[in-house]
Design a protein around this ligand. Structure first.
Ligand code: NAD
Length: 291
């Protein structure tokens, strides 16, 4: 299948490479020459512009920083160049309102669009083991599923337009709040004189068990190997967690939802990201709670 891929950064680079590896004809474009060169090395075809990538493509995947980038590329490059019926898959994490308006605008132009944000970081993007949460019509999902399956281990239809982004920010709000709860709990256990590994062994099989503890323990030498064992490098940057928490707060305000824990998590990550100049993993926030 001829697939345009726009946005070949940390995530998009690996994703486009996996589509090429699966035998698709991937026409890649990024504003960064370096990112584009890596994609070409990985088997994609270089496009001189987003417009050139889109012309003649049966599907268009975008993996861009934020809603304004996706809306901009759709308006200036995708809508004027996509043939009627072309499938648009936006895998970026963006605000629910822009995701919905993008899909509405695409539908009005005779295109079929879905929002398909991902869970999983750069390693999962490279390995093709992302989880995709898809919002859109049944037809959109049916067409998107086989393409997304080449880049992920799970592809789930979350609901109508925007539901993928809704699921993504709800999941990450839960993750942000549970990571902070895990960090402050481990810090307290240490101050109470408990051996952290011993507490890990107990909580892992007790009612406090959660993913942030058992799969992503924020202390070095405790539990499985995580970014904590690597000086908090790699993993999921705290700035990206903050981005998702801000999107969650925006969405919560739009529907008047009470999110006191999410709001506190946003506040704590705002302070952490402001102070941390190393772009560390989001679990490094434990160091601010150990003081
Ligand atoms: P990134 O900054 O590494 O990549 C974005 C790429 O988009 C860059 O290469 C940039 O040059 C390109 N770009 C920007 N505007 C463009 C335009 N108009 N035309 C063409 N290319 C353009 O970001 P990333 O880490 O790959 O993240 C991409 C998206 O995935 C974001 O929405 C992010 O929130 C989401 N996400 C990231 C992670 C992660 O761990 N990095 C995990 C899940 C979701």
């Amino acid at each position: 299948m001829k697939i345009a891929f726009i946005g070949l950064g940390n995530m998009g680079g690996g994703m486009a490479a996996n589509l090429a590896k699966a035998g698709h004809d991937v026409r890649a474009f990024d504003l960064s020459d370096e990112a584009l060169a890596r994609a070409v090395e990985a088997g994609c075809t270089r496009a001189a512009s987003a417009a050139e990538a889109v012309a003649g493509a049966e599907a268009v995947v975008t993996m861009l920083p934020a809603g304004k980038h996706v809306a901009g590329v759709y308006e200036s490059d995708v809508f004027p160049n996509a043939a009627p019926g072309t499938l648009l898959l936006d895998c970026s994490t963006i605000d629910v309102a822009t995701a919905r308006s993008n899909i509405e605008a695409a539908t009005a132009k005779g295109l079929v669009a879905v929002d398909a944000p991902v869970s999983g970081g750069i390693a999962a993007a490279n390995a093709g083991t992302l989880t995709f949460m898809v919002g859109g019509t049944g037809e959109g999902f049916a067409r998107a599923e086989p393409i997304l399956a080449k880049m992920g281990k799970a592809v789930i239809h979350a609901g109508d337009a925007g539901a993928g982004q809704g699921a993504k920010i709800c999941n990450n709000m839960l993750l942000g709040a549970s990571m902070i709860a895990t960090c402050e709990t481990l810090a307290l256990a240490q101050k109470l004189g408990l051996d952290p590994q011993k507490f890990f062994d107990i909580a892992s099989v007790s009612s406090g068990q959660c993913w942030s503890l058992t799969s992503y323990a924020p202390l070095p030498g405790v539990g499985p190997t995580t970014p904590a064992d690597n000086g908090y490098a790699g993993g999921f940057a705290a700035a990206l967690m903050l981005k998702d928490l801000r999107l969650a707060m925006e969405a919560a305000a739009s529907v008047d939802a009470a999110v006191p824990m999410g709001s506190k998590a946003r506040e704590l990550y705002e302070a952490f990201v402001e102070a941390d100049k190393d772009g560390r993993d989001f679990s490094a926030i434990i160091q601010t709670l150990q003081k």
